[in-house]
Design a protein around this ligand. Structure first.
Ligand SMILES: [Fe+2]
Ligand SMILES: [Fe+2]
Length: 135
């Protein structure tokens, strides 16, 4: 499975949002690497925790931007974030009690969700912020 690459096609042209997306993608790639290398459950668990914590931080930052600029689609955007946080939390809980492996399909889900969210939902937010001269 190929790694996700943070290239210009994934940029939404907002400095902070782009920086944070690059970090999120690194976390997902690190998770893939740990799985491919058959790292210990402890290491994989730590990467998963790191990914989840950083995801929460990133979502919070975007939500604060939405609040600060009275973004009209805040409800929809936030509920997309909530859904993904829920999935991650569920995945960690199952992983930590030993009931699942992190499979290729779980990894694909993370990659596909993030890519699609960036391209559709975050890009819309970024365009709105650009109109307010916040890039
Ligand atoms: Fe978002
Ligand atoms: Fe985002």
């Amino acid at each position: 499975m190929s790694y996700l690459e943070f290239n210009s096609s994934l940029k939404v042209e907002n400095k902070l949002i782009d920086q944070e997306h690059a970090v999120l993608i690194e976390y997902i790639n690190l998770l893939q690497k740990a799985i491919e290398n058959e790292s210990s459950a402890k290491i994989i668990g730590q990467v998963l925790e790191g990914l989840t914590e950083y995801t929460k931080t990133h979502f919070f930052v975007e939500e604060e931007m939405m609040k600060a600029f009275d973004y009209p689609d805040v409800g929809q955007h936030k509920s997309a974030h909530e859904g993904f946080k829920g999935k991650l939390t569920e995945l960690i809980a199952k992983y930590e009690n030993g009931s699942v492996e992190i499979t290729a399909s779980a990894l694909s889900f993370l990659k596909d969700w993030l890519t699609e969210h960036i391209l559709k939902v975050d890009r819309r937010l970024s365009d709105f912020l650009a109109d307010k001269s916040f890039r």
